[in-house]
Ligand binder design. Structure first.
Ligand SMILES: Cc1ncc(COP(=O)(O)O)c(C=O)c1O
Length: 422
């Protein structure tokens, strides 16, 4: 049997969406996003814990609005993400900007906007302190503890490009105090899709210990990384157990410091991952001798995770009769690369051209990593609102609009056009 039970939306509803909006289309569930925000917010009832949503996971403005409405601030990793949140009306104080090889221009823009700047290198800290004496910032450290669903998103290890080395924290304090800059926050993010909750607890220990060197500290941000199960047999992250263990450490820390203090977490995937589905349509069924392929109208240009990280996403045929004979397929995309396989050896009821497939758990790092590779249009995005309506939250462009937009961005109209002065 294919795993129809893990489909979080009624297949009839998905058919209706595919019928009206076409495919490929990302479908998100507002209810589930709100429920997940609430679960997180209730995790530490007796502690000053606040939540920042990692915008990089899914930055559709309608999704951001839902999450802000649930009382989350935003964790951003580029000046463009900062601007996006500001333009949506977020208070600068609720935006945490973790820089990573930031330019001077980006630093000045962010500082001017008044967002909380989280600095990840000694060099950048020096330039910030020279430019903004008597101000405040946060620092990101490299905790030398790492975890993640793939080596490419394992960010806290010894050789990682991120953060200030632990043994340089005293130097950072010296640099800041010379310019009377207050290091008001300390941060680390050990990776995305953490496999072992113990690693997150160890990171908490490291940050609490490092904070002893920072007398002006007002908050610690422990980063994101909470995993979601992508396979039916994968364990869920035991949030309550994690919260219980973290709370014990928070209690002894707060008892010792005896002044107002805040803790932050900045999850992305956990909030939106399970609340998104990529709907696609089969257009080709092909017997390649040793393998049967289902060819679809999407690909790694729309969902990069399988190709980039060898990630697994459940794929459900929502059109085929579940009583059909089961068959093993490679589910392939329409991108001109042999690596464009969305799922290997998937057992599905015998499928045919025209069937719709739902690719599950695609709400995080799906659309934000999508590209126009092969010059294809981006998917549409549809939100199932909490009232049960279907709302377009991004229109799909037609092939003409996609190509015309590209030509106008490049300033090129026709091959025989005369080159003018620049
Ligand atoms: C600095 C930072 N914070 C938070 C996150 C969110 O991680 P996740 O979506 O795994 O919770 C990321 C993603 O890698 C990140 O780079």
């Amino acid at each position: 049997m294919q795993s129809i039970h893990s489909l979080p939306v009624d297949p009839d509803r998905l058919h209706a969406i595919a019928g009206k909006w076409g495919t490929p289309t990302y479908v998100y569930m507002e209810d589930m996003i709100r429920e997940r925000c609430l679960l997180l917010k209730n995790l530490f009832p007796n502690f000053p814990v606040s939540w920042l949503y990692a915008v990089k996971a899914n930055d559709n403005p309608h999704i951001l609005k839902i999450i802000a409405n649930e009382g989350f601030g935003f964790d951003t990793v580029s000046y463009e993400e900062v601007l996006l949140c500001l333009k949506l009306g977020t208070n600068p104080g609720d935006i945490f900007y973790t820089e990573n090889n930031m330019t001077d221009v980006e630093m000045h823009c962010a500082a001017k906007q008044g967002v909380v700047l989280n600095i990840g290198s000694i060099g950048r800290l020096k330039s910030f302190c020279e430019a903004y004496p008597k101000s405040e910032c946060s620092i990101r450290i490299k905790p030398d503890i790492s975890d993640g669903h793939h080596a490419k998103v394992d960010t806290g290890n010894q050789d990682s490009k991120f953060g200030i080395r632990l043994d340089l924290v005293s130097e950072a304090v010296g640099i800041a105090s010379e310019s009377q800059v207050q290091i008001s926050g300390i941060h680390a993010h050990i990776g995305s899709g953490i496999r072992e909750p113990e690693n997150l607890l160890t990171e908490i220990e490291v940050l609490l210990e490092a904070s002893e060197k920072l007398r002006d500290l007002k908050f610690i941000n422990f980063g994101g990384g909470m995993p979601i199960p992508y396979r039916n047999d994968e364990r869920s992250f035991d949030l309550n157990r994690f919260a219980k263990m973290a709370s014990e450490r928070f209690r002894s820390f707060l008892d010792n410091i005896n002044r107002p203090f805040s803790f932050y977490f900045e999850p992305g995937r956990w909030v939106v991952g399970p609340a998104g589905i990529l709907l696609t349509q089969v257009n080709t069924v092909k017997d390649q001798g040793r393998k049967l392929f289902l060819g679809t109208d999407t690909g790694f240009n729309h969902l990069l995770r399988p190709a980039l990280y060898d990630s697994y996403h459940e794929i459900v045929n929502i059109s085929a009769d579940p009583e059909n004979r089961m068959q093993s397929y490679h589910v392939a995309g329409n991108i001109c690369e042999s690596g464009d396989i969305l799922g290997f050896d998937r057992t599905l009821p015998e499928s045919k051209s025209g069937d719709y497939l739902a690719i599950l758990d695609a709400g995080a790092y799906g659309m934000t990593m999508a590209s126009h590779y092969n010059r294809r249009a981006l998917p549409a995005e549809v939100l199932i609102t909490k009232e049960g309506y279907h709302k377009t939250i991004r229109k799909r462009k037609t092939p003409d609009e996609t190509v015309d937009g590209f030509l106008s961005d490049t300033g090129m109209i026709r091959m025989d056009e005369k080159d003018g002065a620049v």
